[in-house]
Structures are given as structure tokens and as C-alpha cells.
Design a protein around this ligand. Structure first.
Ligand SMILES: NCc1[nH]cc(CCC(=O)O)c1CC(=O)O
Length: 332
């Protein structure tokens, strides 16, 4: 596309910016509540909403409160809610068996949401970190995060979530070969319409800090995740990861973190044309909130501008802790 512009004053680009109606008419990108996936943290107990200090405004909710959140999200027109567990440290083990227990927090929450708010899609997270005594997404054997043994565990976790009623499986673990293994297991278990939104291009990022506090993994984590999550210097590798996951049976793909990786979002969407999502992660949220609390920025406007940036870069939607706040403004 080559933009054609007449010489001044035949062309005065400011004409189209001169009134709200004209600006609205020529706006190229729009954001609606249809574009949002809301990540929520689940904990045990009843009637609990426990604040997370490094994520002001975000809480860990007991299942009854998660159900309230799902009902609210459904009313706001948010299409999907994504569950992350804060697991009782006493349930964390070396074999991570709690991850595929049909009665773990996430699976109970899925069933409760499905009966109370049947029209909202429920997304899950597949990785061992909330259940692992050492805080890693995979099994650790002699200091190494082992791939194939981890994939076997992730497959069991996936099937348990699908059995509980999950609509969207979200593997965030970055092991090799997991998408194909999960897809085969879902087909074999009769879950033909369960979708996979693969965290395909997930970088080893410092932006996940507040999330690790939220799920209680920060204290446990030894070392870093650089042997499985991607190097922030790489772009071509992201395209290879996306292509691999699509060929293994992912229905949708994700880039994570978000704002610092918009170039990846744009390249992925223009190369593959697959449903593409970005995750505006905990550290991005915390940065905006911290500056807004200091009165240094207008938090609400930055929230909307940052979400619009994902759409402009080509994303079909965004996982964001701002989902309900943004939907309220958009539906306003
Ligand atoms: N499987 C872990 C997982 N799933 C989602 C996030 C991060 C989300 C956020 O920061 O908001 C992480 C953290 C990590 O990889 O350490």
C-alpha cells in the first residue's frame, strides 16, 4: 500500500482530525470487549478476595468469588476468563500430582463457572509451576528441566482440565512437542472441540515478577527459566515456534509479554494470519498502576492506549488484568 497525499494546502491532514465524529469515522483500529480475555487468580476458602500487593486492584479469589467474577465478565461481554491457581504450599510436590487432580482448585473452579455462567469461555493454564516445589514449569532432574517427562505430566493436566469443562487450553510451559501430544490426547479422550491457545512465543522475561508473587511461585523458584523460555533478542525464533505450534494443532497463538514485543505480534499476524493474542503481563500492569498511583500518568488513558496498541499491531485480542475495567469503559 502506498499512501497518496496531495500537496499542501490541497491536503490538510488535520481536516480529518478536526472533529470527534470525523476522527471516529476514519479510525482504523477499534477495541471492544470482544477482544479481552480476563486472567483471574483462584485460591481456596470461601468469600475471600485477597489483595496482591504488587498488583494493585487484582485479588486472589475463592471459587465462589471467581464465579461472581465470571458472571460479571459475561455481563460485560468479555468472551473468556483465564484461571491461575494459588496452590496451598502443602500440596506442592516433586511429582506435581495436584496438577492433574480432577478436584484441584482450577478444575473445581471450571465446573462452578460452567454451571453459573455457561456462556463465558473458560481458559486454563498448563504448566507445572503452581504445583512444583521448585517453582519451575517442568520437572527438575539433577538441575535440568527435563522435557519429555514434563510433557507427559502436561498431557494429564490438559485432559483433566478438558474433562472439567475447559474450553481453551493455554500451555504456558514452553516444553517442546507438547502441543502435538496434548492435541492427540484430547482427540483420543473425545474432546474434539476443546481449543488450544498456545503460549507459542513466550520470552524469559522480568515482566512476570508480580505474577509469581500472585501464584506463590516467587519464593520457590530456583534459578531462571532461560533454558525453556525464549531469549528476548530473538525474532525469527518466534516465527519458528508459532509455525511449529500451528502445525502441531494449536488453534490460536500467543506472544508474551505484550507491549515490549509488539514487533513480534505484527510479524506473527502478517506471516501466519492465525488468531493471534498478546498477554499484557503482570509487570506491565504493575508499571502502569504504580505510575498512576503516583499521579505521574493518567492510568485509565494509558490502559486504553496500551490495549489499542495490541490491536493496531495485528492482535485479535489481549489477555489483560484490565479486562473488566476496560470493558466497563468501552461499554460505557
Ligand atoms: N507458567 C507460568 C506462567 N503463566 C503465566 C505467567 C505470567 C503471567 C503474568 O506475568 O501476568 C507465567 C509466569 C512465568 O512463566 O514465570
Amino acid at each position: 500500500m502506498k499512501p497518496t497525499v496531495a500537496p499542501f494546502p490541497a491536503a490538510r491532514p488535520r481536516r480529518l482530525r478536526s472533529a470527534p465524529a470525523l476522527r471516529k469515522l476514519v479510525r482504523e483500529t477499534t477495541l471492544t470487549s470482544d477482544d479481552l480475555i480476563w486472567p483471574v487468580f483462584v485460591r481456596d476458602g470461601d468469600a475471600i478476595e485477597e489483595p496482591i500487593p504488587s498488583m494493585p486492584g487484582v485479588t486472589r479469589r475463592s471459587i465462589d468469588k471467581v464465579v461472581d467474577a465470571a458472571i460479571e465478565a459475561q455481563a460485560l461481554g468479555i468472551p473468556a476468563i483465564c484461571l491461575f491457581p494459588y496452590t496451598d504450599p502443602a500440596l506442592k510436590t516433586e511429582d506435581c500430582a495436584e496438577a492433574w487432580s480432577p478436584d484441584n482448585l482450577v478444575n473445581r473452579a471450571i465446573r462452578a463457572i460452567k454451571s453459573a455462567a455457561p456462556d463465558i469461555a473458560v481458559m486454563t493454564d498448563v504448566a507445572l509451576d503452581p504445583y512444583n516445589i521448585n517453582g519451575h514449569d517442568g520437572y527438575v532432574v539433577d538441575g535440568e528441566i527435563v522435557n519429555d517427562e514434563t510433557v507427559e505430566a502436561l498431557v494429564k493436566m490438559t485432559v483433566a482440565q478438558a474433562d472439567a469443562g475447559a474450553d481453551i487450553i493455554g500451555p504456558s510451559d514452553m516444553m517442546d512437542g507438547r502441543i502435538g501430544a496434548m492435541r492427540r490426547a484430547l482427540e483420543a479422550a473425545g474432546h474434539r472441540n476443546v481449543t488450544i491457545l498456545s503460549y507459542a512465543a513466550k520470552y524469559a522475561s522480568a515482566y512476570y515478577g508480580p505474577f509469581r508473587d500472585a501464584v506463590g511461585a516467587s519464593g520457590a523458584l530456583k534459578g531462571d527459566k532461560k533454558t525453556y523460555q525464549m531469549d528476548p533478542g530473538n525474532t525469527d525464533e518466534a516465527l519458528r515456534m508459532i509455525e511449529r505450534d500451528l502445525t502441531e494443532g494449536a488453534d490460536m497463538v500467543m506472544i508474551k509479554p505484550g507491549l515490549a514485543y509488539l514487533d513480534i505480534c505484527q510479524r506473527v499476524k502478517s506471516t501466519f494470519g492465525a488468531p493471534t493474542f498478546a498477554y499484557q503481563v503482570s509487570g506491565e500492569y504493575a508499571m502502569i498502576e504504580a505510575a498512576a498511583q503516583n499521579g505521574w500518568i493518567d492510568g485509565e488513558r494509558i490502559m486504553m492506549e496500551s490495549l489499542m496498541a495490541f490491536k493496531r499491531a495485528g492482535c485479535d485480542g489481549v489477555l489483560t488484568y484490565y479486562a473488566p475495567a476496560a470493558a466497563r469503559l468501552l461499554n460505557g
